[in-house]
Structure formats: structure tokens, C-alpha cells
Design a protein around this ligand. Structure first.
Ligand SMILES: NC(=O)C1=CN([C@@H]2O[C@H](COP(=O)(O)OP(=O)(O)OC[C@H]3O[C@@H](n4cnc5c(N)ncnc54)[C@H](O)[C@@H]3O)[C@@H](O)[C@H]2O)[C@@H](O)CC1
Ligand SMILES: Nc1ncnc2c1ncn2[C@@H]1O[C@H](COP(=O)(O)OP(=O)(O)O)[C@@H](O)[C@H]1O
Length: 497
């Protein structure tokens, strides 16, 4: 997993690197600027582009100054530096780099008043006003300048992080923030890049490697981790020689209602494709013909027959919720499952019923996986004003009750029993269609049935789900949940070969 760092941890990594390599802060700024321009030149190769570089008073501004000098060395012809220091707080590193850049034949303007703002029409603004040193919302001249930058019509490229966006913590959508087309960030994405409230500030980001000590970074005791394909390859076990259907577990999918039988079919098919040895669907009898036609490999049990603990004993893992409907019957079934002593996944209406009977939350057994989207999460655990607070609540619950929460979103967060957060990098907007969640629960259930640890099943399931969608999205704009499910075996093949 890639450890994501808070600003404080990133500063510690800077200091560690400075000590270990016996370099100075100024050297690190040069390195950061060098890494920035290498990526910038790939994204914007035209040397005749008009580029305005807006520099603030701290190290972020110092980066901007060196970036300007390096772009000049790379033959970018139309560069103008704008110095912005409304508060008269220029930092030492900034002053050193200013002296350096003044020796070059570059146009340098001081922005005394905001109304002097100018930018090349259709040009590029490299925004280096504030980076991770932001310590309060931007106000007065800064807020006005940001509004002008955003309205300029220029392509905005931010250095490290858009000015005004905090690196971690609550993002208040009312705070002024630069709206960057691209952010070139150093070493690691900031934690807040993965929260939906950053959407206004960030259209896309790429990471510039500034060669901080990776060993030190990975040793930090961080909460947030970005999942990588390598991690997933290490978790997934290839199918064994001499194995048989009994080796891969028996999954029970409790899902579907007369009007929502598709949810049960989607979850069951994903469970099959993700490799459960046996899959049984507990659905209303009205769905039997559809089940036999669409998924002949899946067995059937009338949901009414699952009436006591003994009736659940033959299953290796149970997933309940997709399309079940909010009813007393569903609530009774969920109560029974909480006491079944089996690896358990609760989704959709199973969660909606728990939300109506909150005392049951305390009875959720350790190791259970809950897969809510934002609305289901808030129904269960209370309304939240920000995603940061939502994650804090999820961490409190998982640590206290030892269950796992999969909070679904563009970047789905899996929160494990220790309160660690694992951010899923796969997936895309072509997935924004009904039925996707049903497929996700089917995949995770299949992994649970195969004996994967709950948090690993959740992390791996999210990755496979998004990766199957990413493959389809290479040549199609929208994806049906059933297509995504059918793509799972190929993804598993790629991840295990
Ligand atoms: N490891 C890394 O990530 C590295 C980061 N570097 C750069 O250093 C930046 C951080 O530099 P700094 O810590 O100097 O911070 P910034 O350059 O982000 O800003 C610091 C200055 O802004 C002031 N300030 C903060 N919030 C303000 C507000 N709302 N209104 C007015 N003034 C405000 C502070 O008092 C301080 O004077 C990073 O974003 C990055 O660009 C690189 O230069 C070196 C390595
Ligand atoms: N824009 C997107 N980017 C990445 N993943 C997405 C996107 N839109 C939806 N998804 C994924 O699709 C699934 C939707 O789940 P859910 O809201 O429960 O859907 P449903 O109830 O319709 O099955 C989640 O796993 C979510 O992460």
C-alpha cells in the first residue's frame, strides 16, 4: 500500500531526506521544481505557449520561481512571473530563489493590487500561490485573486496543490480555491485529493517524484493508504492444482424482491464470476425461472426456508441486501444473520433495515463487511456535513466494533478494524449506473467465501470491480453492471498470472 502523508509527516520526510542526503531546503526546492517541469513539458510541449507564473510568499512560491527559470532553460519563450505578497510575509527560501531568478532575463512583475491581475488569454497560469502551508481559508486580496485566476479562461496548472485547498481535514466548499485543470503534486497525492469536495479544485492530478526517502515514508504511522495493483497481486491467490468446487467456498446471496430480482441476479453472477466454488441464491420463488435462465450455475433456496441458524450452517459466507426491500421480513432476516456466526456482508436494504433499528448496530459481529454508499452510511451513522467527518465516524465504529466498512464513492474507502483507510484507485464515471453496487457485493462475497480476510476481501473486491470497469471504459462511454461482472474472470486472470 502507498502510505499517504499528512502535511506534518511530509515535512518530517523532507527533513529526514535533507539530513540523510546532506542537502539543504533550497536543494529540495530545486529538485521539486525540476520534477515539476519534466512532467509539465510532457503535458504542455509547445514552447510558444504563453505562461503566467503566479508566485506566493512561501516555499510554494519559491517552487514557482525556480519552475519559471527552468522553463526558460527549456526554451519556453513567453514567460511572465507575477510576485504576489499582499501580506509582506516573503519567506527566506522565496527570497533566495527570487535573487536567483532576477539574474535571468525574465519578465518579473509585482502584483501590488489585485486589479493589476493579468494573464495571457488562452494561455497557461502556473499557480504557485500557496501549497501545503495553507493554515487558514484564503481571504481578502487572496480570495479576489483566486476569483480572477479562475475566471481568466487560462489553463490552470497548480504546483503541489491548488491554492486554498487544505491538504487534509474538512474541505469547506465555500472557501475560495483555485480551480486547476491539472495539479502536479510532489511525491504523494494529498489525502484530500480523494475526497469528493476536491472536485471543484482538481480536474486531474499527476505525481512528480522528488526522491524523498521512500523507506521513511512507508514507516510513518499513517491512517490513509492508496491501494496499488501490486498489493492486490500479493493478496490474490491463484487457483490451486487438484482443487475442486469445495475448495472455493459456498456463498449464499440473500437478495431480490418481485420488482428487483435483477439485483439478486447481478450479485449472484458477480459471485460466480469472482470464483466462489458454489453460489446459492435465496430469492422469492417468482425469480426462479429468471435465475435458471440467466444463471444456470447458481443454486436456489427459497428465502422462507432460511428461518433459523441451522438453515445457514452449510454456507461459507453470506451476503444480504441487494433488492431485498425494506420490510419486516428483511429486518428479521438481518437479525437472524447477525447471530449466524458466518462471515457476513450487508449491503443495500439490509443496511436500510439496520438504519431503522439502530440498536442492532451494536450487535453486528466482528469481521462483518458493510458496503454503504453515502446516503446509506448517513442513514446508519448520522448525517455528516463533510466526507472527512464521515470517515472519522466510520473509523470510530470499525475500531470499536471490529467490523469493516466499504464506503462507496468514486474512490471507494475501505475502513478496516484498526480504523485504517484504504483508498481504491480503480473505477470511472462510466460506472455511474444502477446495479454496480450489487455486483460489488457479489465480488466481495465470493472472496469472503473463498476464505479471504474480510478487509482484504473488501479491498480486493473494490479493486477488481473498478479495474473491470476501467478495461471496458477504454472503448465505451457507459458500462452495464452485467458487462462489468462478465469481465471479472479476465481481470482475475491478469492479476494472478
Ligand atoms: N515534500 C514536499 O512536498 C516539498 C514541498 N515543497 C513546496 O513547499 C510548499 C509548502 O511550503 P510552505 O510550507 O512554505 O507553505 P506555502 O508556500 O504553502 O505557504 C506558506 C506561507 O503562506 C502563509 N499562509 C498560509 N495560509 C495563508 C492564508 N490563508 N492567507 C495568507 N497567508 C497564508 C504562511 O503564513 C506562510 O507564510 C509545498 O506545497 C511545495 O510547493 C518543495 O519546495 C520541497 C519539497
Ligand atoms: N464515477 C464513478 N467512479 C468510480 N466508481 C463509481 C463511479 N460511480 C459509481 N461507481 C461505483 O459503482 C458502485 C455503485 O454502488 P451503489 O451506489 O450501491 O449502486 P447500486 O445500488 O445501483 O448497485 C460503487 O461501487 C461505486 O464505487
Amino acid at each position: 500500500m502507498q502510505q499517504l502523508l499528512t502535511t506534518e509527516q511530509m515535512r518530517a520526510a523532507d527533513q529526514h531526506t535533507i539530513r540523510r542526503e546532506q542537502i539543504t531546503e533550497n536543494d529540495l526546492i530545486d529538485r521539486a521544481a525540476g520534477a515539476f517541469v519534466s512532467l509539465f513539458a510532457v503535458e504542455y510541449p509547445d514552447r510558444n505557449l504563453a505562461i503566467d507564473i503566479y508566485c506566493g510568499p512561501g516555499n510554494n512560491g519559491a517552487d514557482g520561481l525556480v519552475i519559471a527559470g527552468l522553463l526558460q532553460q527549456m526554451d519556453y519563450q513567453r514567460l511572465i512571473i507575477h510576485l504576489c505578497d499582499f501580506d509582506g510575509k516573503a519567506q527566506p527560501a522565496f527570497l533566495v530563489k527570487l535573487e536567483w531568478v532576477r539574474k535571468k532575463k525574465l519578465t518579473i512583475r509585482s502584483l501590488g493590487v489585485v486589479s493589476d491581475f493579468e494573464a495571457f488569454p488562452n494561455g497557461i497560469i502556473i499557480e504557485a500561490l500557496f501549497g501545503s502551508g495553507l493554515n487558514k481559508p484564503l481571504a481578502r486580496e487572496w480570495a479576489e485573486l483566486i476569483a480572477l485566476i479562475n475566471q481568466s479562461g487560462a489553463h490552470i496548472v497548480s504546483v503541489d496543490i491548488p491554492a486554498g485547498l487544505p491538504s487534509e481535514g474538512v474541505i469547506n466548499p465555500d472557501w475560495p480555491v483555485v480551480e486547476a485543470e491539472l495539479v502536479i503534486s510532489f511525491q504523494r497525492p494529498k489525502i484530500n485529493f480523494f475526497f469528493p469536495e476536491s472536485a471543484t479544485a482538481i480536474n486531474g492530478f499527476i505525481i512528480a517524484d522528488i526522491e524523498l526517502d521512500e523507506g521513511f515514508i512507508q514507516q510513518q504511522d499513517g491512517v490513509f493508504h492508496l491501494v496499488t495493483e501490486n498489493d492486490i497481486k500479493q493478496i490474490i491467490k491463484p487457483r490451486k492444482r487438484f482443487s475442486h468446487k469445495g475448495t472455493y467456498g459456498h456463498a449464499l446471496v440473500i437478495a431480490g424482491h418481485e420488482d428487483t430480482m435483477g439485483a439478486a441476479l447481478l450479485a449472484s453472477s458477480a459471485c460466480l464470476y469472482a470464483g466462489a466454488g458454489l453460489t446459492t441464491a435465496a430469492i422469492p420463488s417468482s425469480g426462479l425461472t429468471a435465475l435458471n435462465t440467466a444463471l444456470p450455475e447458481v443454486m436456489y433456496v427459497p428465502s422462507l426456508r432460511l428461518s433459523d441458524k441451522a438453515s445457514l450452517q452449510s454456507y461459507s459466507a453470506i451476503g444480504a441486501g441487494p433488492g431485498l426491500g425494506k420490510s419486516t421480513e428483511t429486518l428479521n432476516k438481518v437479525s437472524l444473520l447477525l447471530d449466524a456466526g458466518k462471515p457476513l456482508l450487508l449491503d443495500a436494504d439490509a443496511l436500510n433495515c439496520l438504519a431503522q433499528e439502530k440498536t442492532l448496530l451494536e450487535q453486528i459481529p466482528a469481521g462483518t463487511i458493510l458496503t454503504p454508499h453515502m446516503k446509506e452510511f448517513d442513514n446508519l451513522f448520522g448525517k455528516h456535513e463533510s466526507w472527512w467527518e464521515r470517515i472519522e465516524t466510520a473509523r470510530d465504529w470499525t475500531k470499536r466494533k471490529q467490523f469493516v466498512i466499504v464506503l462507496k464513492n468514486q474512490y471507494t474507502f475501505t475502513i478496516n478494524e484498526q480504523g485504517k483507510v484504504f483508498i481504491n484507485p480503480t473505477g470511472n464515471p462510466a460506472m455511474a449506473q444502477g446495479g454496480m453496487g450489487d455486483v460489488l457485493s457479489g465480488i466481495i462475497l465470493a472472496l469472503l467465501a473463498q476464505g479471504y480476510h474480510p478487509a482484504q476481501a473488501a479491498i480486493t473486491g473494490c479493486y477488481i470491480h473498478g479495474k473491470s470497469a476501467d478495461k471496458l471504459a477504454r472503448c465505451q462511454a457507459t458500462i452495464r453492471a452485467s458487462e462489468l461482472a462478465a469481465g471479472i474472470p479476465q481481470i482475475l486472470y491478469e492479476l494472478t498470472k
